[in-house]
Design a protein around this ligand. Structure first.
Ligand code: AMP
Ligand code: MG
Length: 401
């Protein structure tokens, strides 16, 4: 058995970034940048008015109310490009360039237009008021976003603002998902006596998709070594990762590990000091395809996918921080650890009236209770050898995606 942290490190060491591709701005959402995004202009590109009102010289308003002569109009998209002189004002709109000679904008609510050529400024204004100076936000040439960042909706605006109709991103990993077990039937089938419906293929597929992968769900495999080998081998040829579930325990019909070895896979670990999820297997086939052999229990699947497979899928995409982020919360109810393994137990996070993040351990029936687990939004990390952790203790948590 190896510690969880060591297992994660091995996974990341064995994972390399995939090749890159150009995608259109419209399809870049959620993708990981393979290039820095560089500003091709200052932002704002000119001194910009933040208000509808009058551009003027602050000095001219020191004895407000004061009357100024309106000499022009600067609208968004069509500025007034002359020199504004003392005693003058230019009618200006939000987003329009401030004419040279003006050093501030008085908002329209604090003015009164007397006629077409005269405005009364009702209150004095300070220099620089309601103007965003050229380059105050970004200077041309600055790298504003960096390779390894994941594009969110707000970043899409940044790509657009600097003329990136296409961006260079890392290609999405191809993940093949295989559920093994002679008891499994597909979702559209009524289980016979001794059978259950496969759910792991769907949860692993869903977790993989939210990690950025393109998923192929393979047909169900029986506990039959030759069939298993064949399916894994075929899938590996067109996949970056194969994720199996089931068949890694010590039962007479647990063939996954043997199948991987027969295929010439290098196995890096096959038992982790983790509860749930001890018999997790990680290896690599001779062609470089990574293999995660997750245990069959649906809850173990969720825990081991998120601890091991997800960081790998994220690192393949060049993610800056592929690991689950450790945070801290206060335990709301007493919980139990395990003697020789680190525990990752389902919990719900809620803030209390004192602003504390409280972790409520789920009442659940162990690693097969995936119905209760469906309401978990985090895992409590309880170190090995801690028998009891009392309510009020601060514990480490990781959020589930
Ligand atoms: P195993 O790791 O193959 O010993 O399976 C452990 C438990 O998980 C058994 O109760 C299996 O029936 C169950 N199980 C295995 N694969 C699946 C699956 N794809 N969907 C739902 N339950 C599964
Ligand atoms: Mg099985």
């Amino acid at each position: 058995m190896i510690p969880v942290n060591e297992a994660i490190k091995i996974v990341l060491d064995q994972t390399s970034r995939l090749s890159t591709e150009r995608v259109s701005l419209e399809t870049a959402l959620g993708r990981f940048l393979a290039e820095d995004i560089v500003a091709d202009s200052d932002l704002p590109p000119f001194d910009r008015s933040q208000m509808d009102g009058y551009a003027l010289r602050a000095e001219d308003t020191s004895n407000a109310p004061v009357k100024l002569r309106i000499v022009g109009e600067s609208a968004a998209g069509s500025g007034w490009h002359n020199e504004m002189l003392p005693g003058q004002a230019v009618r200006i709109m939000t987003g329009a360039p401030v004419p040279s000679g003006a050093d501030s904008v008085q908002q329209v609510e604090l003015t009164r237009e007397i006629d077409d050529t005269t405005v009364e400024i009702l209150e004095r204004v300070s220099t620089g008021r309601s103007i965003v100076k050229r380059a105050a936000e970004i200077t041309k040439g600055t790298a504003v976003l960096h390779a390894g960042e994941q594009a969110n909706a707000a970043m899409i605006a940044v790509f657009a603002a600097f003329g990136y109709a296409e961006v260079e991103v890392v290609r999405r990993p191809r993940v093949a998902v295989l559920a093994t077990g002679s008891e499994l039937v597909p979702v559209n089938q009524k289980p016979d006596r001794d059978q259950i419906r496969d759910s792991n293929n769907y949860s692993i597929g869903a977790y993989s998709e939210i990690s950025g992968a393109v998923v192929e769900r393979l047909p169900l495999a029986h506990d039959e070594p030759d069939q298993l080998k064949q399916i894994i081998n075929d899938a590996a040829e067109r996949s970056d990762v194969v994720i199996t579930s089931g068949g890694v325990s010590m039962g007479v019909y647990d063939f996954t590990r043997a199948a991987l070895k027969d295929l010439g896979a290098e196995i890096f670990f096959e038992r982790v000091a983790l509860r749930p999820g001890k018999p997790t297997v990680f290896g690599k086939l001779p062609n470089g395809t990574l293999l995660f052999g997750l245990p069959g229990n649906p809850v173990s699947v969720s825990v081991t996918f998120n601890l091991f497979a997800r960081p790998s899928i994220l690192k393949m995409q060049g993610a800056k921080e592929p690991n689950m982020k450790l945070e801290w919360a206060m335990l709301a109810r007493e919980t139990k650890g395990s003697l020789d393994r680190e525990s990752y137990l389902p919990a719900q996070l809620l803030t209390d009236e004192q602003g504390r993040l409280m972790a409520h351990p789920l009442k659940w029936g162990g690693s097969s209770d995936f119905v209760s687990f469906a309401r978990a939004d985090a895992l409590l990390v309880i170190p090995a050898n801690l028998k009891n952790v009392e309510a009020g203790q601060v514990v480490r948590i990781v959020r589930l995606p």
